[in-house]
Design a protein around this ligand. Structure first.
Ligand SMILES: *[C@@H]1O[C@H](CO)[C@@H](O)[C@H](O)[C@H]1NC(C)=O
Ligand SMILES: *[C@@H]1O[C@H](CO)[C@@H](O)[C@H](O)[C@H]1NC(C)=O
Ligand SMILES: *[C@@H]1O[C@H](CO)[C@@H](O)[C@H](O)[C@H]1NC(C)=O
Ligand SMILES: *[C@@H]1O[C@H](CO)[C@@H](O)[C@H](O)[C@H]1NC(C)=O
Length: 275
């Protein structure tokens, strides 16, 4: 009886237990350390909080962290992070416009207790999909991804569903997507927004492909979902999609797509070529 009581209490309290188990201070400090490590190119700033058996994934490949792009010092012009206290994970995007080493990097950091157990990253540079770090910085700085007042927040389920619907439309045109108006897509460094109230993200996608292997980090305080995935439409290229959702509808979409066989994953002419 006693045992049953405890089990029932655990089951009922599951969501709360999950979030209580995540220490936000530790998650934020781990994210700060990740940024410091990338900025200096030195693992000393993060090594003490890495789990002994950390999983490190870069552009879809499992690597040893010491031989990863994390040991390259980058002059970071802008960083932006979201925090998922249910899963104890963060997503950070870094923009580096330095012409000597331009980069746009997206990383999901997974924390358990006081250790980072997994870092899953997309690292893009010249030759990757529509890559333009200056363009990314220029447009990202103009957008408002700020905190949404509690009463207006969407649930995690609504945020996830909007993100999934957008990716599902690559497979099937008849998927119902909660398009917001205005909405803008920032892809590589190319921007669809014109600053008009009528700006739309419903501008067509390369069909008809699955977008598999989706890994989610969701922060409902800012209405954002980060998805790392395989971009089916361009040869399952390692990809990051970050969605800002307001009132259940898509407002901003940022993408990074790694082209192993640069330039631009082979799209050098036609509608998907860089400007
Ligand atoms: C979170 O971690 C910090 C730093 O270790 C600690 O001081 C704090 O007590 C922890 N918070 C909770 C709620 O456990
Ligand atoms: C190693 O990683 C696995 C899976 O991420 C985890 O379940 C396990 O607890 C870890 N072991 C140690 C010693 O950290
Ligand atoms: C990159 O973006 C910047 C800022 O929008 C723009 O001035 C520049 O022309 C772009 N470069 C290329 C190669 O498209
Ligand atoms: C949506 O399109 C798919 C094929 O792409 C089709 O199999 C399916 O029946 C369609 N669903 C609806 C509701 O029209």
């Amino acid at each position: 009886m006693r045992l049953f009581g405890i089990t029932a209490a655990l089951a009922l309290g599951l969501a709360q237990t999950a979030s209580a188990a995540c220490n936000e201070t530790i998650l934020r400090l781990a994210t700060d350390r990740y940024i410091a490590a990338q900025s200096t190119g030195s693992l000393q700033w993060i090594s003490e909080i890495l789990s002994d058996n950390i999983t490190y994934v870069e552009n879809g490949k499992f690597l040893g962290i010491a031989s990863s792009a994390l040991v390259e010092s980058l002059r970071i012009d802008r960083s932006h992070s979201i925090f998922d206290l249910v899963q104890c994970a963060s997503f950070t995007d870094l923009i580096v416009t330095n012409p000597a080493s331009p980069r746009v990097v997206g990383a999901q950091l997974w924390v358990a207790g006081d250790k980072v157990t997994k870092i899953d990253r997309i690292v893009t540079t010249t030759g990757d999909w529509l890559f333009n770090a200056t363009g990314t910085l220029h447009y990202a700085l103009r957008e408002d991804w700020g905190v949404i007042p509690p009463a207006q927040r969407d649930s995690r389920a609504v945020i996830k569903a909007a993100a999934d619907a957008y990716l599902d439309v690559f497979k099937s045109a008849n998927v119902s997507v909660p398009w917001g108006t205005p909405c803008a897509r920032l892809e590589g460094g190319a921007y669809t927004g014109k600053g008009l109230p009528s700006d739309s993200c419903n501008l067509g996608v390369i069909q008809s492909y699955d977008m598999p292997n989706r890994r989610y980090v969701i922060d409902e305080t800012v209405g954002v979902a980060s998805l790392l995935l395989e971009f089916g439409s361009i040869g399952n290229a390692p990809d990051s999609h970050q969605f800002r959702i307001e009132g259940g509808k898509l407002r901003f979409i940022h993408t990074m797509t790694y082209c192993e066989k640069k330039p631009n994953c082979g799209y050098t002419s036609g509608p998907f070529a860089p400007p």
